[in-house]
Design a protein around this ligand. Structure first.
Ligand SMILES: Cc1ncc(COP(=O)(O)O)c(C=O)c1O
Length: 352
């Protein structure tokens, strides 16, 4: 095997004969009797859902490819980007042997997916004194021969900042044949930095995760996107469930990916960025707010004098925000809402 990235994949996954679903094997035809479906829809509900959906809905894949500026063979549509994280762990990490690197404080699912797969988690904290910057040298020192995946989240959840692009690319380049670097860009639409998707062609060990859950307002539909080399996408297609994207979700994704809806999503992200600015300025004036980290995402990590008290006042008012104190002491994470919702945040937190 010449491809150094494919040689990092678990041998049993490379050797696996994937399930071949009826919809993958069939082409054309007018009478469909190959998938043990019911030819009728006995219940009254519309739309008809008696047929299995396309394993990878071609039109959704095509629109996502055009949205991100890649060829369709670099796109895998998943049940949220959480499924992309899980598939990567399962493809690369041998239970009890391999490891991943994460950079806390960061998104919790990398470590959970590793735990499910039996992979060790090596943590290299972001540098708090430098507004949670990446320590590229420490990451490179921490990688062992058993490290298969390095998860970098940019903009990072829960701290909000973009990671330094040059530092990320240095890690990708240095690890070219040793590990895959997964850059999770769930919040990219709220920042002005260009996506690392543009670098995919130059780096076979780079994977970018995107999602329609945030700027596209489709969290309820569960549509995530894994972007990678076509060889790696081919391996992930072997292990994803046969029909991961339900027909109603395909319809919702197609609607969200029409030219008008894409323009609306961009407009909505712009508005949220405006509200982020307003909320940051107003929160900074509250006496119990100690620090608000600059955010490139649709949330603010806010350090307060007493997070337990902030949470209890918020709870009593019916305001649901997230206590992040276990990641960063005395912090709460506030998602940017509508103008009225943000006013409610300000009113409520002014009572603390
Ligand atoms: C950084 C990050 N990645 C991935 C996800 C999961 O997104 P999805 O809804 O696409 O599964 C989240 C959700 O909050 C997130 O914060």
């Amino acid at each position: 095997m010449n491809d150094p990235v494919l040689s990092l994949i678990r041998p049993e996954i490379l050797a696996l004969t994937p399930y071949s679903s009826a919809r993958k094997e069939a082409s054309g035809g007018k009478v469909w009797l190959d998938a043990n479906e019911n030819p009728q829809t006995p219940h009254a509900g519309a739309p008809r859902l008696n047929r299995y959906p396309e394993p990878q809905p071609a039109e959704v894949v095509a629109r996502l490819a055009s949205l991100y500026g890649v060829t369709p063979d670099r796109v895998l549509v998943t049940r949220g980007s959480d499924e992309g994280i899980d598939l990567l762990l399962r493809a690369f990490c041998r239970a009890g042997q391999d490891s991943i690197v994460t950079t806390p404080p960061t998104y919790g699912m990398y470590a959970v997916a590793a735990g499910i797969q039996g992979a060790r988690v090596i943590t290299v904290p972001l540098v708090r004194e430098k507004d949670f910057a990446l320590d590229a040298d420490a990451i490179l020192r921490a990688v062992t021969p058993e490290t298969k995946l390095v998860f970098l989240c940019s903009p990072n959840n829960p701290t909000g900042q973009l990671l330094d692009r040059d530092a990320v690319l240095r890690i990708v380049t240095t690890l070219a044949t040793r590990a895959v670097v997964v850059v999770d860009e769930a919040y990219a639409e709220f920042s002005t930095e260009p996506s690392l998707v543009q670098e995919l062609g130059a780096h076979a060990n780079l994977v970018v995760l995107r999602t329609l859950s945030k700027a596209f307002g489709l969290a309820g539909a569960r549509v995530g996107v894994t972007l990678a080399s076509l060889q790696l996408i081919g391996v992930l297609q072997k292990i994803i469930a046969p029909y991961p994207i339900p027909a109603p979700v395909v319809r919702a994704a197609l609607e969200a990916l029409s030219p008008t809806a894409i323009a609306a999503a961009r407009q909505s992200a712009l508005e949220l960025v405006g509200e982020r600015r307003r909320l940051t300025a107003a929160l900074a004036k509250l006496p119990h707010v100690r620090k608000i980290w600059p955010s490139d995402a649709n949330f603010l990590l806010t350090e307060v004098t007493d997070s337990a008290r902030v949470m209890s006042i918020a709870r009593a008012a019916g305001l649901v925000i997230r206590d992040r104190s276990k990641d960063v002491p005395n912090t709460v994470r506030i998602t940017i809402g509508t103008r009225a919702e943000n006013d409610f945040v300000l009113e409520t937190l002014a009572r603390v």
